[in-house]
Design a protein around this ligand. Structure first.
Ligand SMILES: NC(=O)c1ccc[n+]([C@@H]2O[C@H](COP(=O)([O-])OP(=O)(O)OC[C@H]3O[C@@H](n4cnc5c(N)ncnc54)[C@H](O)[C@@H]3O)[C@@H](O)[C@H]2O)c1
Length: 326
């Protein structure tokens, strides 16, 4: 039986496809390549270019392959864009996911691992943020993910669809083969590395007057390989008959923007220029996960918690692929 990976040509999905195959799992990828890269998926993996909301196409995939479970990574994930264009976020991330779920349930595929996000929590009321923290997203992106979470709860109750929905904090780093290549880059580490590569003059630091040790914002950075291993454990958990779960995926500690920059200067040996600009509206001072539950429920044990190791892996990939997958 095979695992259907939606968004498998994207950053996180491509790493999970690599790791699933290394474990001997059969994989089928569905991606519309709006943001993904065909070169990020090995040519030997069955690949379907299309939308998750295309019920005919998903039905065809389920006829052509014996699908046991779905790992659902596909989404649009630009918070700022979602504020300007909420319609495409609700349609792509929520409505299309409902179509995907319809076809899975009709075909008796009752295991799903869904990429949720810490953006479903909104402004933190306390840190570290545990899974019981109130959810009040501050963007249509966050709401679109929250609405899928809500649907999963009801679909489990009504149709027996079992899920693990990891809420990722900041995914980063690379494997030897797969790294981060977003057409529109908004994540700190790849942006910092673009400065080191001479593709960008400087990095903007949005605020240095937060109540953190050096005044810059603190985030929980999780290596994409650790994220990927958690998905494989989640699959095994569902195979053992585990109950549906929402779990934070973060390290449970954070690094400030300044600390990330310092680590990047050390790893790359480059003087990465940074300029302080004003705070961005809606940016919390700290986003750090309470990460115990994933360890307890899934038996997850992250291997790359140190920021230097994470940046080193990303730098190696960017040096080897200066134009990403292009
Ligand atoms: N990167 C992070 O730090 C982070 C944090 C929290 C949550 N997430 C979530 O993790 C998932 C993967 O993130 P990523 O960084 O790998 O993003 P990505 O943009 O690299 O990958 C998403 C993939 O989905 C595809 N896609 C989008 N809409 C589709 C559709 N309707 N049908 C078929 N394919 C479609 C895109 O072409 C792309 O290949 C997303 O759901 C994102 O919301 C990511």
């Amino acid at each position: 039986m095979a695992i259907l990976v939606t968004g498998g040509a994207g950053y996180i999905g491509s790493v999970v496809v690599e790791d699933l195959r290394a474990k001997g799992e059969s994989v089928v990828v569905l991606d519309n390549l709006v943001y993904g890269h065909r070169a990020a998926v090995d040519a030997s993996v069955p690949f379907y270019d299309g939308n998750i909301g295309d019920k005919d196409l998903v039905s065809q995939i389920l006829r052509e392959h014996e699908i046991e479970a779905c790992m659902h990574f596909s989404a649009f994930a630009y918070v700022g864009e979602s504020v300007e264009k909420p319609q495409i976020y609700y349609e792509n991330n929520f409505v299309q996911t409902l179509h995907l779920l319809d076809v899975l349930i009709e075909n008796n595929v009752k295991k799903i691992i869904f990429s949720s996000t810490c953006a479903t929590y909104g402004e933190p009321q306390y840190v570290p943020i545990d899974e019981k923290h109130p959810q009040s997203p501050t963007s249509p992106y966050g709401w679109s993910k929250f609405m899928v979470e809500r649907a999963l709860i009801d679909y489990d109750a009504a149709y027996g669809l079992k899920y693990v929905a990891p809420r990722y904090f900041n995914a980063c780093g690379a494997t030897e083969k797969h790294g981060e290549h977003h057409a529109l880059e908004t994540h700190l580490i790849p942006l910092v590395l673009q400065v080191a590569q001479g593709k960008r003059e400087f990095i903007s630091i949005f605020g240095n007057d937060y109540s953190t040790s050096d005044g810059t914002a603190v985030r929980d950075y999780i290596h994409v390989s650790d994220l990927s291993q958690a998905h494989i454990l989640a699959l095994e958990y569902l195979r053992r008959g585990g109950e549906s779960q929402f779990v934070n995926l973060g390290i449970g500690g954070g690094y400030s923007v300044e600390e990330v920059l310092e680590a990047a200067r050390k790893v790359t040996g480059k003087n990465i220029e940074a300029r302080i600009v004003g705070r961005r509206a809606g940016d919390p001072s700290q986003l750090v996960a309470e990460a115990k539950k994933a360890r307890e429920v899934l038996g997850w044990n992250p291997q790359f918690p140190e920021i230097e190791k994470i940046i080193e892996s990303a730098w190696t990939w960017h040096e080897k692929h200066p134009n990403g997958y292009d």
